[in-house]
Ligand binder design. Structure first.
Ligand code: UDP
Ligand code: MG
Length: 320
């Protein structure tokens, strides 16, 4: 697909940044080093999305822009979160292919060369699969493993395991993403959903260069629930299954009770009925609350979508 402007940048690198002041300069240096060495690449741009950082990230970006060409600053009006900041960058990017990566150098820019090679072979999506992950807690490794495998089981879209958002997307994939207005965005799922020719390349994930993770446990959980609810209705059916099983058990038990009554016998626990009653009440109460909670998750998302607010607001765009 061609762009109407005279010399379209053929490759865009999109990086969402939230409180990454210490990482901006080393990141740009490494990306620029890689891009310089890539053959047959007429032009490129590096789109840095400042996602409402509270530290010196914005100043660091502007300082770099004074010394470097081809940098695009997209300054958001406040913090909108990783997935929306990435979406803003993808929207602004003009390249024939767009690489999305983190700003903490956990995604090694050196992989971009491999991405581009595969893209030139004709692949539309080249995603990076984490062979190993350095500097992550055992807890994060375990929950991440669990998450990728759970979502694989629950969804019809085949979302590759151990794969984050670090990837290259061709223009037609980017255009497809731009047509998906959903706000609880799970980009890696959306990209899988788009289809075309996709391929993974393995890499070893580095430690974050400086600063700390912006995904503490509660945010990770939110993200996991977003991913599952955006791509699966299995949890909704789970509520029906639970209800069905509980009803069958209740019906069988009712038959037993009536039978005992007809033959003037005492059902088990007749004299001490408290325990069985309380167990039944608590169990059913639990099942109902879980089901309501699952319904609530989906209804909350419908509510968010129906409001139709913009996904993010851009305060300014600057190019160097
Ligand atoms: N990020 C962002 N907005 C946020 C949180 C994170 O733009 O609200 C960026 C962050 O600066 C980084 C990327 O998203 O470039 C991934 O975040 P992080 O490295 O904290 O995630 P982790 O690697 O720990 O999963
Ligand atoms: Mg990181």
């Amino acid at each position: 697909m061609t762009n109407s402007t005279a010399a379209p940048p053929s490759l865009s690198i999109v990086v969402p940044l939230y409180n990454e002041e210490g990482n901006v300069a080393p990141l740009l240096a490494r990306i620029a080093g890689i891009l310089e060495r890539l053959p047959n690449l007429p032009s490129h741009e590096i789109v840095l999305v400042n996602d409402g950082s509270k530290d010196g990230t914005l100043a660091a970006i502007r300082a770099e822009m004074r010394a470097r060409p081809n940098v695009v600053l997209v300054n958001l009006s406040r913090n909108f979160g990783h997935q929306l900041a990435a979406s803003a960058g993808i929207e602004i990017a003009q390249g024939d292919a767009v690489v999305l990566m983190d700003g903490d150098l956990q995604d090694p820019p050196e992989l971009i060369a491999e991405f581009v090679a595969k893209w030139r072979e004709g692949f539309d999506v080249v995603y990076a699969v984490r062979r190993t992950r350095k500097g992550e807690s055992a807890f994060k490794l375990f929950t991440a493993r669990l998450f990728y495998r759970t979502i694989k089981r629950l969804t019809k879209v085949s979302i590759p395991v151990d794969t984050g958002d670090f990837r290259l997307m061709s223009r037609r994939v980017v255009n497809a993403l731009k047509q998906s207005p959903e706000r609880h965005r799970f980009l890696r799922g959306l990209v899988s959903w788009v289809g075309y020719n996709q391929i993974g390349v393995e890499y070893d994930r580095d430690e974050r260069l400086s600063g700390e993770t912006k995904y503490p446990l509660p945010k990770m959980l939110r993200f996991a629930i977003d991913g599952i609810t955006s791509f699966s209705d299995v949890p909704l059916r789970f509520a029906s299954y639970l209800g069905f099983v509980a009803s069958v058990v209740a019906f069988v038990y009712a038959l037993v009770v009536v039978g005992f009554k007809l033959f003037s016998l005492h059902p088990p626990g007749y004299t001490r009925g408290w325990a069985s009653t309380i167990v039944a009440v608590l169990f059913l109460g639990g099942v109902q609350l879980i089901s309501l909670g699952i319904l609530g998750e989906y209804i909350g998302r419908i509510y968010d979508e129906v409001k139709g607010r913009p996904l993010y607001l851009i305060s300014e765009i600057e190019r160097s």
